[in-house]
Design a protein around this ligand. Structure first.
Ligand code: UT7
Length: 302
């Protein structure tokens, strides 16, 4: 289908990215997708809406700048807790988990619902073959409960606005009427690739070293699904076997901050996430921001 209106080919996309298919919203809305993911996570946790103490949404953009996506889905979920959105680009889920961990440790809260919902198809330039073929829409959600799961996080940030950005037009005022049109996603693919590999390796190495661990101590590396070649470069550096790096980019493309959560959900449903497994999460995205988390997986059934 893409080759029907872009100068591209399935062969190019598969070889350069590993992506075979991706899902794009058409009839459904991002709100509905976010709700589905959130409800599935709540059902799996066995918690009731009143048990959720915070709802944190990771989202880069949706049709509402305000209210937050969290506010939009809070009511339909039956929850009445505080909520806010975070924009940590493709690293947003790891950022949200870091905040959730800090809240669980410092506040009188027990259960935090983290929802990552993204519709990158609506900020891509569909005339640009170098970006539009990479992304897929998706949502994932996790209920994070107070416990001993998280060992450590490493988040980084620096300003590389030019390598990846999406600009939205603001309303003119009587005092500022400079017209800045909306600019769909612009990306320097090769530079983002380089930054991603370099930063992810540094995050993972730092977490391993800081916690006296080696790559062989990690059961699964769950990396942001941006490009199969990025994952492979990181894997080669860590000299770990392929089966420790599960992927689903083949099916969904890059779903931004939703990607690691979708991977967790699929592994969990397939029985491949064993209680007590040591996981390393690592993600990177526009900013440039990165985040890695070292944790012990435990799925609690109420
Ligand atoms: O979530 C984080 C966000 N983004 C990323 O992680 C993306 C990171 N970057 C990448 O994944 C890769 O850089 C891309 C997949 C975007 C591009 O792959 P690449 O191997 O770095 O290709 P390139 O940019 O060096 O382009 C090679 C050629 C160019 O043609 P010329 O100049 O050699 O004639 C591009 O114009 O491939 C061309 N090209 C395409 N050809 C067919 C770029 N996109 C396409 C396409 N179909 N879709």
């Amino acid at each position: 289908m893409l080759a029907g209106f872009l100068d591209t080919s399935d062969e190019w996309i598969v070889t350069r990215t590993g992506i075979h298919t991706r899902r794009l919203l058409s009839g459904e809305t991002l709100r509905e997708l976010a709700l589905k993911a959130a409800r599935a996570a709540m059902d799996a946790s066995g918690l009731r809406p009143q048990d959720i103490d915070y709802l944190i949404c990771s989202n880069v953009a949706n049709s509402y700048v305000s209210p937050s996506l969290g506010s939009i889905i809070l009511g339909p979920l039956g929850c009445c807790c505080p909520t806010f959105d975070m924009n940590g680009a493709c690293a947003g889920l790891v950022y949200a988990l870091d905040v959730a961990d800090a809240f669980l440790k410092s506040k009188d809260v027990k259960n935090i619902l983290v929802v990552a919902a993204e519709q990158p198809s609506r900020f891509c330039n569909w005339h640009d073959r170098a970006t539009s073929v990479l992304f897929g829409d998706g949502a994932s959600a996790l209920v994070v409960t107070r416990g001993e799961g998280f060992f450590d996080f490493r988040l980084t940030g620096n300003t590389h606005t030019d390598v990846m950005y999406y600009k939205r037009a603001m309303e003119p005022t009587p005092y500022d009427c400079v017209k800045e049109p909306t600019t769909p996603l612009v990306m320097e693919g090769r530079e983002v690739f380089r930054l991603a590999v370099e930063a992810s390796i540094q995050d993972v190495d730092t977490l391993l070293e800081r916690n006296g661990m080696k790559g062989s101590d990690i059961d699964l590396f769950l990396l942001h699904q941006a490009n199969m070649r990025i994952i492979e470069c990181i894997r080669e550096h860590l000299e770990q076997p392929r089966e420790k790096f599960p992927t689903n980019i083949q099916k969904y493309g890059n779903t931004s901050s939703a990607s690691i959560g979708i991977l967790i959900d699929e592994l969990s449903r397939a029985g491949e996430l064993k209680d007590g497994a040591t996981l390393m999460l690592s993600a990177f995205g526009g900013g440039f921001v990165t985040g890695a988390a070292l944790l012990k997986w435990s799925s609690i059934t109420y």
